[in-house]
Design a protein around this ligand. Sequence first.
Ligand code: CA
Length: 236
Amino acid sequence: MAAAPRILIVEDETKLREAVAEYLGREGFATLTAPDGDTGLRMAREQAPDLILLDLMLPRLGGTEVIKRLRPGSTIPIIVITARADEVDRVVGLELGADDYVTKPFSLRELTARIRAVLRRAGGAGGKAGPDRLERGPLAIDFDARTVAVDGRPIDLTPTEFAILGVLARHPGKVFSRLQLLEAAFGYAYEGYERSVDTHVRNLRKKIEADPSEPRFIGTVFGVGYKFTGGTGDVR
Ligand code: CA
């Protein structure tokens, strides 16, 4: 049996840090905690946890600086905790390479689901045979390397965009409601978050479509949700 995954929690709010550690402990994780960025960075290097939960607003060393110093030498998955939703895409997606995020306030149940999903994606489950790639017309997705290319041109996607595109592309023609899409992409879904799917799809289209107003890959099914229309030619 594999040992319990070790989660490093870097958070300066004592009550929140302790609540998260206690909850994760009950969920079967081993936890390490650090109250500031400096300590968090040191523990990340010395203890090699399986995943880091990292608050962005930290004393001594901010969360973004912790990630910058940790990457690219380390591939430990990082989930960012932030109170600033506007910071999320910059931090998680392009610049720094965190794996996912939660915005305060968050539920511990939601956080735990995210942790499990990120650990699963990071390969903790193992046992996979062969490379996991998908080509749909001009779109190529490599699920192992987590890269996407259109007509051979690499596309930078956020982890959320990648997950949504991956689900759709694996099931061309199948119509997903927003909730189904969230559930398939992240292993959970909750109401009130569905509309964020529209934002992610809009951003995805800007990145992968030649003309986002005439999408080739992701079609809107009015009143229902979305479906993948690319590469098969007959489902749009
Ligand atoms: Ca903080």
